[in-house]
Design a protein around this ligand. Sequence first.
Ligand SMILES: *Cc1c(COP(=O)(O)O)cnc(C)c1O
Length: 455
Amino acid sequence: MPTGTLGVNRGAGGLPSAHTSGIVTHMMYEKSHQAFQRARQLMPGGVNSPARAFGGVGGEPVVIDRGQGPYLFDLDGNRYIDLIGSWGPMILGHAHPAVIEAVERALRRGTSFGAPTLAENELAEMVVEAVPSIEKLRLVNSGTEATMSAVRLARGYTGRPMIIKFAGNYHGHVDSLLVAAGSSAATLGVPNSPGVTEGAVRDTLVLPYNDPAAAKAAFARDGQRIAAVIVEPVVGNMGCVPPATGFLELLRDLTTKHGALLILDEVMTGFRVAYGGAQSLFGIRPDLTTLGKIIGGGLPVGAYGGRADIMDHVLPAGKVFQAGTLSGNPLATAAGVATLRVLRDTNPYPRLEQLSSRLADGFQAAASGAGVPAQVGRCGSMMTLFFTDQPVTDWETASKCDTRRYAQYFWGMIHRGVYPPCSQFEALFLSTAHTDADIDAIVAAAGQSLKEIDQ
Ligand SMILES: *Cc1c(COP(=O)(O)O)cnc(C)c1O
């Protein structure tokens, strides 16, 4: 059995070797290694979503067997304190009894009907009650479907072609939004992926996040052609980057003044940074909101919603086409309703804030203790430890982070039983299942891992 099959001593970027870290790793991941070798023959890169392949940190992923509360267990029986929560949905932790019970109940009544159900009303009602700007919504199956449909609706409703998005914001793999261009000046989008044509992104304008002047200039120039601005109100997808004071307000003002729609992409922030999402936290009322992740409780759900007069342009009330064989699926709605009920009835957000702020402080202290320049970007229970000495406010500053150091830190954490995001540019998430003891363990692991980083 070759050593370093997990890439800990052969991956890109000078990853820490099992020997220098003093931890014997190569036998600890044998079953994961075997499973991943097979997966690579079956699926491109061995995964069904690229973020899982550990491309940002080198080496091979561990293959998960099960989750329980705040923990993940891999095929070899290694336990990790989970800091990704399936990239956001698992705000109650894994296998929460209320969710399991709800899904089991739904399961026995049949898994899909292609006809209306009461559970769809229940989930829609909870979302409408929670998110003040959503008067009506449509359930879909993923965040990508939600943003794709919201963009189509914005264009259909306004009769205008252009969409503004921000560099480093991710809105799923919608062709027209797969552009990140990211220069400091406004640039017409250049496709981010082969297969996305110039035509598909011709009407997408990419601006720097948190840059009021760029937004004003874009509206001054193209105001009459802009259908919508789509924005992550707190960015999670270049690492966690909160909005600068007044930035979201400015986007609200500019869109209103020019007859464009404001779409808040709350797929990640919805029910995460507050029960009513980032819009309730910052007091912004968008025209449309996209949701996903938490509202599915770990099953595939997305939603887009907003002003009733706009939503009524969606088929069959209106003419903008959008459909889904499995949309409003009984299992998915059951998991979503169960999750939102727990969040609504227990209000875990103050507790999550307290845990998260302790973790952020712990990271900062660990980094300074190790002499590693680092910044913590955080909003509520989503955060990122950025390996840079500069504040991170946009893609330009995020992209200056030392990803080699992040990779070293990442593997140090994995070897110590903590599972952080496998990329510098992804946020971590705490759940209601995490305890103060878990935070202490994470901070201790971070302290040791950061000390191992090559300077
Ligand atoms: C995750 C995410 C999406 C895409 O959702 P999928 O369910 O992965 O398609 C869209 N927007 C934001 C802000 C996200 O975080």
